[in-house]
Design a protein around this ligand. Structure first.
Ligand code: C5P
Length: 332
């Protein structure tokens, strides 16, 4: 028997970087959103022992450094299960792309093992194991629109933004997340971003925390989302767009753009192309290199993705996935 799991990717609808913590991680606040673009992860458990990872993409390590390997060992131990685990990964999501590909693959492995062995971890245990393997794994145990705090591993389901059309451009540039964080620290320490350093990292975190919670509750100060949060559509614009713009107006952008765009100006250019083509919101995802744009029309999104691909930038037209959509489509 084998189980095939769709490992859906994510984008970050804003990401605010805070202080470097004593454990070497950075405090952060982000809004994750799952998307329909996915890898396929096939999990088989047979007689024997050990873990084997198979992937045709040479950039994916098949040894113990693979997140699927690490989570398979932990999940088998936590489920008190024995056997040989084979995980086959079919990649569509970029490697080091900011779409959480490796993390999604790992969570798909956990879910595949549970199904294959007909055993379940408790919710808390699953989240604990996921967070041990990486900061952006737990979000994939929630799906939909999610608030991420701490080092990104502390996740809270948010009211879902309505599903929306999305173009994901994946320029063939790998951005190392630790290096992007280090570049952020250097920029902060050498004072080359005076407008940022005017407030302390913890004050920035507090401000973002406040605006997200105001946005969630529709309280005054959240710049007026009450109407849209309660579901009254405003004329001419979709609910997803209004809700998102409410959030963005509060100042949650992706801080990584400040360090990644100067290093890779072509990524800034892709963002401009998406904005000029009519995206109502465009941004780098995570530390990149994926850049996404949200669109009102699926036909426009398809045209934009095709034209980017023609100009040499791999791109897909896809949709964001609500929590319900995520869980309904995760197994074949
Ligand atoms: O948790 P994950 O394995 O994805 O983190 C990889 C690296 O990214 C960490 O070792 C750390 O250098 C950096 N990181 C960070 N702050 C975070 C998340 C990751 O500095 N919140």
């Amino acid at each position: 028997m084998s189980v095939t799991v769709r490992a859906f990717g994510k984008i970050n609808l804003g990401l605010c970087i805070g202080s470097l913590r004593a454990d070497g991680f950075h405090d952060l606040r982000t809004v994750y959103q799952t998307i329909a673009l996915h890898d396929l992860v096939r999990v088989v458990v047979s007689r024997g022992s050990g873990v084997e990872i198979r992937c045709a993409d040479a950039r994916v390590p098949c040894d113990q450094s693979n997140t699927c390997y690490r989570i398979a060992e932990r999940t088998m131990a936590a489920l008190n299960a024995k056997g040989r685990v084979v995980v086959e990964i079919e990649k569509t999501l970029p490697v080091q792309g900011g779409l959480g590909g490796a993390s999604a693959n790992a969570v798909a492995t956990l879910l595949g093992l549970e199904r294959e062995l007909k055993k379940r971890l408790s919710g808390g245990e699953g989240l604990r194991i996921a967070a041990e393997v990486g900061s952006d794994l737990p979000l994939f145990l929630v799906g939909g629109t999610i608030l991420g705090v701490g080092r990104g591993e502390e996740v809270y389901p948010m009211p879902d933004l309505p599903e929306t059309h999305c173009v994901i451009a994946t320029p063939e540039i790998g951005v190392s997340t630790p290096q992007a964080f280090a570049a952020w620290d250097r920029m902060w320490n050498d004072g080359s971003a005076p407008e940022l350093t005017r407030s302390s990292p913890s004050a920035r975190m507090t401000r973002v925390g406040r605006v997200v919670s105001a946005w969630l509750s529709g309280a005054p100060g959240g710049e007026g989302p009450r109407k849209t949060v309660s579901g009254v559509p405003a004329r001419g614009r979709g609910r997803a767009e209004i809700l998102l713009l409410d959030l963005v107006r509060t100042g949650i952008e992706n801080d990584f753009e400040r360090v990644v765009f100067p290093q890779h100006p072509e990524l800034r250019e892709v963002k401009s192309v998406l904005a000029r083509a009519g995206a109502y919101y465009a941004s780098l995802s995570g530390s990149g290199s994926a850049v996404f744009g949200l669109f009102r029309s699926g036909a426009v999104a398809s045209r934009v993705a095709a034209s980017l691909a023609k100009s040499g930038v791999p791109a897909w037209a896809t949709r964001t996935l609500s929590r319900r959509g995520y869980w309904r489509k995760i197994f074949d």
